[in-house]
Ligand binder design. Structure first.
Ligand SMILES: C[S@@+](CC[C@H](N)C(=O)[O-])C[C@H]1O[C@@H](n2cnc3c(N)ncnc32)[C@H](O)[C@@H]1O
Length: 456
């Protein structure tokens, strides 16, 4: 990594390093940012700015590169990496940020490019000065009337705009695409095995962290809290004490809907990193048991550590294994199936995911999801309940998997409970008894939830 000029603000230096790691090393932007911010000892305000810069430049890459190519009159691939990253960061500030003076955006990007060596800084200077004059017009020339234009304007691959157009209709698809370049909500869940939500909120308030009770479409999430602005959970005493977990409101709804009673035996298929596992543990309490299955050994180990931190290790047994395999330890009172998915409901918090996700992978994922759902269902006792959940907005992985299950032999003896009846605002358009949360409408991740009961 080349040295980055000290004339550049710490937040921009961190953002530039993150961009380079994402592009050159295939790093995950969120993880790279967390590491670089600690290394650079960023203050909270600088951290927030570095996040907006790094996430924004990765998310809006397609739109930024379109403008760069128009103004520089050459393909982005022909640019030196330091020049490319300085241009992306500079343009992002000029075109999408309020409150950054244009001369600061230009000068700081020029300094970033100088640190890359050579004369590339001259191109950065020329392109960004042109962008001050011509950039807004270039941008306003784009429109989202059709999926192709929407993909360019909102910076996603064409296939994703098409997928959402077909799944949600043009209005919701446009609103969703416009929304996914913004910051994700900061949401937490109080671990009721060790603390009470009101007491934790009061302690946070004493440390100057303002939270509000969490709800979703009018439904209270008693263990949830929402923080206004950024919050460094790992640096807060509630992390070490196990009182808090970072968890979106959508994810908190999952275990709340399954609602296993104290003392129940629960099977949690595809469990790491364990947000829902530890929520299930808090619901079944000390007299209950959760068997948490995770295929990836490293993630299973991290899950064990999370359970220990949250004082749930006496309730949870972590098994490293394949959740699609039949089980010999049933029947269980309740089953959560949270299989791997395309993750398209989480684009705000995972900036590079839209560039990693592959349309071709969706069919394979749907097959695996079906196998894991069928294995979970087979392990359920009669009158036991199963919740199928994904963090994606992708009918093939959501409604179609559940419909296929109900239509095949594996699904005989199961009924689909009507989650939509009490929550009409959250209903899926395709299968109204299931829920499809939408980030632009609900302010949280785009989860899908289906609730099944075994009848025979
Ligand atoms: C969506 S995540 C689960 C999130 C988790 N339930 C939570 O609330 O934190 C899916 C997980 O399934 C794991 N996985 C993928 N294929 C699997 C399989 N065949 N069996 C078990 N786990 C699997 C992945 O490693 C990943 O950790």
């Amino acid at each position: 990594m080349p040295p980055v000029a000290s004339a550049v603000s710490p937040a921009r230096r961190v953002a530039a390093t993150v961009l380079r790691r994402v592009e050159e090393d295939g790093a995950y932007a969120d993880r790279a940012l967390a590491g670089e911010a600690v290394r650079a000892r960023l203050e909270p305000r600088e951290y927030a700015f570095a996040t907006a810069l790094a996430f924004g430049a990765v998310q809006r890459r397609r739109t930024l590169d379109h403008v760069i190519e128009r103004l520089a009159r050459r393909p982005v691939e022909q640019l030196d990496p330091a020049v490319r990253d300085a241009l992306r960061l500079g343009l992002l500030q000029l075109l999408f940020f309020d409150g950054v003076a244009p001369h600061a955006a230009v000068d700081q990007s020029v300094e970033l490019a100088k640190a890359g060596g050579g004369h590339g800084f001259k191109l950065v200077n020329a392109v960004l000065r042109r962008a001050v004059r011509e950039g807004p017009k270039l941008l306003s020339g784009l429109n989202d009337r059709r999926p192709r234009g929407a993909a360019l304007l909102h910076s996603v691959p064409d296939w994703l705009a098409r997928l959402w157009w077909n799944a949600l209709g043009p209005d919701d698809a446009r609103a969703l695409l416009a929304h996914v370049n913004g910051p994700a909500e900061t949401a937490l869940r109080v671990n009721t095995l060790v603390a009470e939500p009101a007491a934790v909120a009061a302690e946070l308030a004493e440390r100057g962290i303002v939270t509000r009770p969490a709800a979703l479409a009018g439904e209270e999430l008693p263990a949830g809290l929402v923080v206004d602005g950024a919050f460094d959970l790992r640096g807060d005493p509630s992390f070490a004490s196990g009182a808090l977990v970072a968890q979106s409101r959508a994810a908190t709804l999952a275990a709340q809907l399954l609602a296993p009673a104290p003392g129940m035996r629960v099977l949690d298929l595809c469990a790491a990193p364990g947000g829902k596992t530890t929520h299930l543990a808090a619901l079944v309490e000390a007299g209950g048991a959760v068997t948490a299955v995770e295929r990836h050994p490293g993630r299973a180990q991290a899950l064990r550590e999370t359970c220990a931190r949250l004082r749930a290790d006496a309730i949870v047994t972590v098994e490293t294994g394949d959740a699609a395999q039949p089980r010999a330890d049933g029947p269980f009172d309740a089953v959560l199936v949270d299989p791997p998915c395309s993750g398209l409901g989480t684009l705000q918090g995972r900036p590079d995911l839209r560039w990693r996700a592959r349309e071709e992978a969706i069919g394979e994922l749907a097959e695996l999801q079906f196998q894991i759902l069928a294995a979970g269902a087979a392990a359920l006792r009669v009158s036991g309940e199963l919740l199928y959940v994904t963090c994606t907005i992708s009918p093939s992985e959501n409604e179609r998997v559940v419909q296929r299950f109900l239509g095949e032999r594996a699904g005989a003896g199961f009924e689909l409970l009507d989650l939509g009846a009490a929550r009409p605002q959250l209903r899926s358009r395709i299968e109204p008894r299931t829920l499809q949360l939408l980030p632009h409408r609900d302010g949280t991740d785009g989860f899908f939830l289906a609730h099944l009961r075994r009848t025979a």
